[in-house]
Ligand binder design. Sequence first.
Ligand code: PLP
Length: 451
Amino acid sequence: MAIRPNSIEARDVAHVLHPYTNAVAHEKSGPVMIAGGDGIYVIDSEGNRYIEGLAGLFCASLGFSEKRLVDAATRQMSTLPFYHSFSGKSHETAVELATRLIELAPVPMSKVFFVNSGSEANDTAVKLIWYYHNAIGKPEKKKIISRLRAYHGVTVASASLTGLPYNHRDFDLPIDRVLHTDCPLHYRYAEKDESEDAFATRCAASLEQLIQKEGPETIAAFFAEPLMASGGCIVPPPTYYEKIQAVLKKYDILLVADEVICGFARTGNMFGCESFGIKPDMISMAKQLSAAYQPIAALMINDKIYDGIRIESEKIGTFGHGFTYGAHPVATAVALETLNIYRDRDILGHVRSVMADFQSGLHAFADHPLVGNVRGMGLIGALELVKDKATRESFDMAWGVAGHVGERALAHGLITRALGDTVNFCPPLIITKAEIADMFARAKVALDETH
Ligand code: PLP
């Protein structure tokens, strides 16, 4: 469609630089202008309705028209629209929210540090890992291991932790102190006839080899999304984390759980850590923390880390880290109300009551000629598309098969997300069984129309 001169679309092309967008292609296609929302639907500027099959960016857990969150923001705006938390200042909703998060935490946690995005939460974790090891007199223990295909954000440190080529290429990343180990995706990386358990053993052995090669005294921490979402919905084998955590324990390596997508009921438990038996020292969270109605994220730390920070901050005279908008009152008020809604409406119970329908709807695609692998858990899942089901040969990446499915889905009123060769689904947590059926019916038409 031609972009009319001086239209809003033309001004978007002229003035807005879009994240995760091919800039040259965008100059020709222009934007899809989203104008409003209604439950699990978003509505474009021409009035077309789309099921938001990815909850925006894995985040709009309560859909796009939750009045209680609007009211919470309005109330807070008219009492205290802004204050900061520097130099010991505080305000009520930040304290209430921190208290609730500590109560909800899947393992005992000591403190909550508020930031504005998942990237900032993970960046903060990296800085605290270094600060902590200086505090306890182990300044050589600074390297951090994450996994290939991980997604931990886009700031310099968090993009380094991310294990996806396009987040590194030509940004001169990753930084030196970050190393990557194997991705636990059995379908792609297991050897012929290797069981899930044997594959998990091999992943743990490979991690141990990397630690020994680098020197265990230099390895500070391991980062993991419980379920790796942006890498293409990678659900590790059932015994994977048990084996990985045994290695980390052996070499005294901290574990950071990145719950930015898994947190708040997505995998069928309040936290992904509970779904996989993960016992972290720090937890980063964002997105569904505020149902995405306000930008807010948090890093939780345990007593051990806090003890290091308090000693170091006293030695230096201050804890020299913090963001102007960390614990912004409107954001903390909205996040607190989000947690109230999760509790009042038993959102976790709702997820558990619809997730079998979601997973069976997803797995019904296993027979489709384009689908090589179906994977998911709770209310998140993906279809990996292949050129040849028997050999698992991938499509030529330049063709962008999942992107083509996404375009057909859009034409049928469904927004999905293409990540590599995977088509991803992660709808608002409030989705009903009938809406799940409608979402997958639209996805089926889109797949059938992709050649
Ligand atoms: N960690 C995970 C697991 C994510 O999925 C994301 C974003 O998708 C991030 C961190 C980064 O969050 P943000 O985009 O808020 O910086």
